[in-house]
Write a protein that binds this ligand. Structure first.
Ligand code: FAD
Length: 424
């Protein structure tokens, strides 16, 4: 059999871009990277404050929503996911935050050898190009640009002062020796523009002759013969075709699409597959299970004595913002998801912080298109860092174009409620 490539990577998101870079660094490997979405040349992908306009974008996002959530008054919750080069790193909040050392140690103790803090630290350091910190916790020669956001908005300064007055400790490096405290976030923003995984890991190496990129190409299923994955079936403008891989097919479609693709290919819980008339080639009960997400609650307060986004975006000021962004790559439009963060314990008996705040000097409500419309105010979003509630993903049907069913199952474990209440 003649194989098309040695490796096929499905999905050019955060993981796919890194893998394409590392695998194609060896000229003996031929690598094909397949992305369902288009190139990332839409203007609000690059403009940091534009991210929320992409959450429900039909072309650059998957537009997912959870099933109705029984513990959230049966509401469906938006689950934005990027569908373009860079994947979700092209629509995300750009905050560069590692997990806590203790969390990685817990992974390792659970039997995941090679996933402890010390093991991972060497990768964190090697990928990072930190502009502000040069010490044992940071790298300065990697692909990923990291800088500390220069926060100057008046309401953010007042929030920092309030944190200090309430006894919290200032922390100038959440990715350093301790995460606890309040401070300014580090971000993947370079010269005022989003620096996605595609910018960091893919674009600089796209000219490698052993790397091929296919965009606007959806993988419909993995082609399996005798329990061996031989290739993928893809759909694009040329129609539906098969592409084979000599060595490996690596799924990097993200937390929703990778299990969906496995199940569409007959790999997953047999009973679930039978429900949608997919013949099971490998009964793997864990596929689509153990879905965990950190629920965030946005607490907004109206304020009228300081300029917040609503005032700073009025037409005359917006002209200034646009000028600053397009001519100086500076100003309000370079703002990430949040500038000030807090990591704290909702119970002093805990050893490490279990809750996080994202502060933003703005408040808003979603309009009917899913974009945020500013109102005068500030927002502190609180999230539980270690939720125990678990959900799952199921197929709606055997049609790859139909979104899967997402059961987030938020707050189904009652111990997830306490941090949300205490944290607020
Ligand atoms: C709104 C939002 C805000 C976030 N904010 C932050 C933040 O501030 N800081 C942070 O560190 N993390 C943040 N994250 C999380 C972070 O972006 C993700 O964890 C990360 O991007 C996931 O990487 P991934 O490679 O697993 O998936 P993705 O980056 O989602 O990539 C998956 C890619 O696969 C493609 N794909 C899927 N299925 C197929 C198929 N069948 N065929 C071909 N291609 C396919 C998709 O189109 C996509 O491009 C945020 C995420 C979101 C959604």
């Amino acid at each position: 059999m003649k194989f098309s490539h040695k490796y096929i990577i499905v999905g050019a998101g955060s993981a796919g871009c890194v893998l394409a870079n590392k695998l194609s660094a060896d000229p003996l490997n031929s690598v094909l990277l397949i992305e369902a979405g288009p190139m990332d040349n839409y203007p609000t992908i690059k403009m940091p404050l534009g991210a929320s306009s992409l959450f429900k974008h039909k072309k650059y996002g998957w537009g997912y929503e959870t099933q109705s959530e029984p513990n959230l008054r049966d509401r469906s919750i938006n689950w934005p996911r990027g569908k373009t080069l860079g994947g979700s790193s092209s629509i995300n909040g750009m905050l560069y935050i590692r997990g806590q050392a203790e969390d990685y140690e817990a992974w390792e103790s659970a039997g995941n050898i090679g996933w402890g803090y010390r093991d991972l630290m060497k990768y964190f350091i090697s990928l990072e190009d930190n502009q502000n910190h040069e010490d044992q916790y940071h790298g300065n020669f990697g692909e990923l640009w990291v800088e500390t956001y220069q926060s100057s908005l008046p309401a953010s300064q007042v929030f920092m002062k309030a944190c200090s007055e309430s006894g919290l400790t200032e922390n100038n490096d959440f990715n350093g020796s301790v995460q606890e405290g309040f401070g300014t976030y580090q971000v993947n923003i370079k010269n005022g523009q989003r620096y996605s995984a595609a910018d960091a890991f893919l674009k600089p190496i796209l000219s490698r002759p052993n790397l091929e990129l296919m965009t606007d190409t959806s993988v419909l299923k993995i082609i399996i013969n005798n329990k061996k994955a031989l290739g993928v079936q893809v759909k694009n403008r040329q129609g539906i075709n098969a592409i084979t891989a000599e060595s490996e097919i690596i799924l990097c479609g993200g937390a929703i699409n990778s299990p969906q693709l496995l199940m569409l290919s007959g790999i997953g819980p047999k009973k679930v597959l039978e429900k949608v008339n997919i013949s099971c080639s490998h009964d793997l009960p864990g596929v689509g299970q153990n879905l965990q997400d950190h629920l965030t609650v946005n607490i907004s307060y109206n304020i009228d004595h300081l300029d917040t986004f609503a005032e700073l975006m009025r037409p005359m000021k917006m002209l200034k913002n646009l000028y600053q962004y397009f001519f100086k790559r500076a100003g309000l439009l370079t703002y990430p998801a949040s500038d000030i963060g807090v990591f704290f314990k909702t119970n002093q008996d805990y050893e490490t912080p279990n809750a996080q705040i994202h502060f933003a000097p703005g408040a808003g409500k979603y309009n009917k298109d899913g974009a945020m419309e500013p109102i005068s105010g500030i927002t502190a979003s609180v999230c539980n860092l270690r939720p125990l509630s678990k959900g799952h993903i199921e197929l709606n049907s055997s049609n790859p174009n139909e979104p899967p069913k997402i059961f987030a199952n938020y707050l189904s474990n009652k111990s997830d409620i306490e941090p949300m209440i205490e944290g607020n």
